[in-house]
Write a protein that binds this ligand. Structure first.
Ligand code: NAP
Length: 298
């Protein structure tokens, strides 16, 4: 067990690095009890932790991801605690199946109140390794951008007709700070969805739908696990990070961003040359992981 000193140090680092979370149980229950919440990427990591928390506070969770067995286990665990959840196994990059999936969920539950756009794929790989890997780009754009767009195109008309709803997007800090080497395909695909969603936000706000974007910092999940250097950086557990999703739901905030993003953006604006030079040094002094060198992306 960590000593008190270690715990205190971890708390300070957490406050310095991550945006504050909201764990007000009563406020969360008021915000989600009886609401139908669609969580994409609910089979692992942040999506799974979020689904569990929301169900525990009375939400009816619609869990979407590819790994059906994991969704079944999640539903069973939620039901065992007296909550309500339904599994909808689906591949978000199978665009033709998403419209019918959304129609099915809406028909079976009478509508969707909140969408947590959480499913995603990350990739850290040098350009040198990508000349023969155009499929890296198509796979990532499909799951991080086009799949979520396809889903919202199917869900939003119904939400707008009902005159209420919320879209919570789990984005990454990488789309707000100066882009780092090796993360190009991940950051650009997450950035594309972020910009699209922010563009449509004023159009759907008039129909009572709020958009909240979380610019997420490091979470220790299977996504960050293949990059050993990440383990040395301060991050959150999936459960801790779910406190940012619940904060977005409770406060319906437009964005959740750690404080240090603004100085990072300002530095990039006034000294892009120096920032690019620094990124070059970072690139030369780091390397691709074993998985980036060979492993297929699932
Ligand atoms: N981990 C971090 O450090 C970090 C930092 C910033 C932002 N984020 C963002 O946080 C979100 C959650 O990431 P995580 O760390 O929890 O990763 P994770 O543990 O790998 O979970 C990703 C989830 O997305 C689902 N998914 C992936 N491809 C899919 C597809 N084609 N169709 C449907 N579902 C799919 C996965 O389920 P299946 O494999 O079962 O389909 C899984 O449930 C992502 O959007 C990520 O970009 C993460």
């Amino acid at each position: 067990m960590a000593s008190r000193l270690t715990q205190a140090r971890n708390r300070v680092v957490d406050r310095m690095v991550n945006a504050p979370r909201d764990t007000d149980e009563r406020a969360l229950r008021r915000a989600v009890a009886g609401k139908t919440v669609l969580v994409t990427g609910a089979s692992f990591g942040l999506g799974e932790a979020t689904a569990r928390t929301l169900a525990r506070h009375g939400a009816i969770v619609l869990a979407v991801a590819r790994t059906a067995e994991r969704l079944d286990e999640l539903v069973a665990a939620i039901e065992a605690e007296g909550g309500k959840a339904y599994a909808y196994p689906a591949d978000l990059s199978d665009f033709d199946s998403i419209g019918p999936l959304a129609d099915k969920m809406i028909a079976e539950h009478g509508g969707i109140d909140i969408v947590i756009n959480n499913a995603g794929k990350s990739m850290r790989r040098s350009l040198d390794l990508q000349y023969d890997r155009f499929h890296d780009f198509t796979r990532m754009v499909n799951v991080n951008y086009l799949g979520p767009v396809r889903l919202l195109l199917a869900v939003l008309p119904h939400m707008r007709e009902r005159g209420s709803g919320q879209i919570v997007n789990v984005s990454t800090i990488g789309v707000r700070i100066p882009p780092g080497p090796r993360w190009g395909v991940y950051q650009s695909t997450k950035g594309a969805f972020d910009i699209w969603l922010r563009s449509i936000a004023p159009e759907i706000k008039v129909d009572g739908i709020d958009v909240s974007t979380i610019y997420m910092t490091l979470i220790y999940t299977r996504m960050s696990a293949p990059t050993p250097s990440m383990r040395k950086l301060p991050g959150m557990s999936a459960k801790e990070a779910s406190g940012l999703v619940t904060r977005a739901i409770i406060g319906r905030e437009r964005e959740i961003t750690p404080w240090w993003v603004t100085p990072a953006q300002a530095t990039d604006a006034v000294a892009r040359g120096a920032v690019t030079w620094g990124m070059g040094i970072l690139h030369r002094n780091s390397s691709d992981t074993a998985s980036a060198r060979g492993e297929a992306v699932r």
